[in-house]
Design a protein around this ligand. Sequence first.
Ligand SMILES: *[C@@H]1O[C@H](CO)[C@@H](O)[C@H](O)[C@H]1NC(C)=O
Ligand SMILES: *[C@@H]1O[C@H](CO)[C@@H](O)[C@H](O)[C@H]1NC(C)=O
Ligand SMILES: *[C@@H]1O[C@H](CO)[C@@H](O)[C@H](O)[C@H]1NC(C)=O
Ligand SMILES: *[C@@H]1O[C@H](CO)[C@@H](O)[C@H](O)[C@H]1NC(C)=O
Length: 509
Amino acid sequence: MAVQIAIATLALLPHLGFGVTRFDAPPSVRDCKELWFEQLVDHFDASPPPGGSPTWMQRYFVCRADLLRPRGAPLLFYCGNEANVELYVNATGLMWENADALGAGLVFAEHRYFGKSLPFPRAQLDQRLNYLSSEQALADYATLLRHLRSDGGQLRPAVAFGGSYGGMLAAWLRMKYPAAIDGAIAASAPILSFLGLSPPYDAGSFAQAVTYDASAAGGGSDACVHSVRAAWKRLFALGASEDGRASLNALFRLCPSSRLRAQADAGVLAGWLQSSMDFMAMGSFPYASSYMLNGDGELPPFPLRHMCRRIAAAIDRTEGGGMPHGTALLAALREGVGVFYNYTGSPAAASGCYDLSVSGNNETSRDGLLWDYLFCADMLQPASRDGVSDMFFPQSFDLGAVVAGCRDRWHVEPRPDWPTTNYGGWRALEAASNVLFTNGELDPWAPGGVLRNVSRTVLSYLIPGAGHHVDLFFANPADPAPLRAVRAAQVDAVRAWIVESRRSTSTAA
Ligand SMILES: *[C@@H]1O[C@H](CO)[C@@H](O)[C@H](O)[C@H]1NC(C)=O
Ligand SMILES: *[C@@H]1O[C@H](CO)[C@@H](O)[C@H](O)[C@H]1NC(C)=O
Ligand SMILES: *[C@@H]1O[C@H](CO)[C@@H](O)[C@H](O)[C@H]1NC(C)=O
Ligand SMILES: *[C@@H]1O[C@H](CO)[C@@H](O)[C@H](O)[C@H]1NC(C)=O
């Protein structure tokens, strides 16, 4: 890892008028300094964790450190979410492009248990997941900020940024630790996707939004939605017999370790197919992107639309070829999900077969596993599908079954209402200040987000034609016009919060 601070070639486009910096080549971790900060393993228990060090080293990156030299210069702070923080350093163009205009240095903090921020040695990690929680992560960020903001008796203004779970953390950081941060840019943050909220979260909304993205209205085609919806029945019918499972193994090119042996295995295959569509819908960006694959591999622009085109082409090719229609449909589905699972350089491309235990690649699979722990131990989000209002198959939300699954997989006791008790719903938002939420029309997490303005300083912007927190990314010629306007509003808000912070009479938290 290069630690020298190189300033990327800056090509200013003055006609934009915002002082936004455009980059010939996007900057990345290579332009940042990798640093470490000593954190407590447990912020909420003064007795040290049994059989281990009471502290660990959290990784963070500082970029544009040159801008932090003036006394009291502000900092923009990315709240790392569930991946190696380098992903966010590389992707968060909104911070990079506005650093100069705001005179602000950049900090990207890594979430505990991800990337290189490991509270325990790697070999012990999976036995010691009990310190993995959003509360501990927020306490890490508040502690790190206290250290970073103090500048010789002056307090630097600081604004949080985050997307998806990182956006939830950014919003919650401002709500829980208002002294730690002056405001939050919370992109695609589904902080209202929990149980016990009023009005309640619609557990079916995620799958409906994925379906919308595949439909003609969302840029796909209605035939695509019909094909996908029709395929499951055929899949489950085949899964019920041994001969049928042999057909599925061949049709879906399953690796030996993933071959379906019992009827229940058909559900594993169906879940694997379905989850690729969830990810492709989240990755509805108007240009090719490696983001959904943690930087390792690339998905095409609007991957779900791409899947739909592949399904249509495969059906066209096989229809009339004597293949029974249901089989052709399943073969077409295999071709379609290949957009996600068989990208250039994917494990499937290398092996020629699909491993149902791999979601994307090893790194995204690992992150998905840790996310499952967070889901079970800390942030249970209800989800259901019905195959009618969405293109999937009936999967009711059965809290008892979810709890049993969590006990079985992680030996934890889920607390279904805890996120609502801990972070609050609308009432907590009404009591908050300086949070700007954004949600893209194509983002399946948008229904769990804050979709209306709450107060003068807790604002929400909806972005037509936009995917999952694409507003945080580098500007791209393919960006829809409303997205550009929202970015300008985000920067205006950050500027206002910095001014407000400087006016504050206190010089420390
Ligand atoms: C970030 O960018 C650097 C430099 O281009 C690259 O080497 C690295 O693989 C990228 N990491 C991720 C996670 O995207
Ligand atoms: C992945 O795609 C390549 C060509 O694009 C193809 O040859 C290969 O069979 C595909 N793998 C699977 C598992 O379908
Ligand atoms: C991915 O993980 C599997 C199982 O742990 C391992 O066999 C394989 O070598 C890994 N692949 C890569 C590219 O790291
Ligand atoms: C919230 O207010 C802003 C500024 O007035 C406005 O541009 C935006 O569209 C409003 N958001 C919603 C969801 O109505």
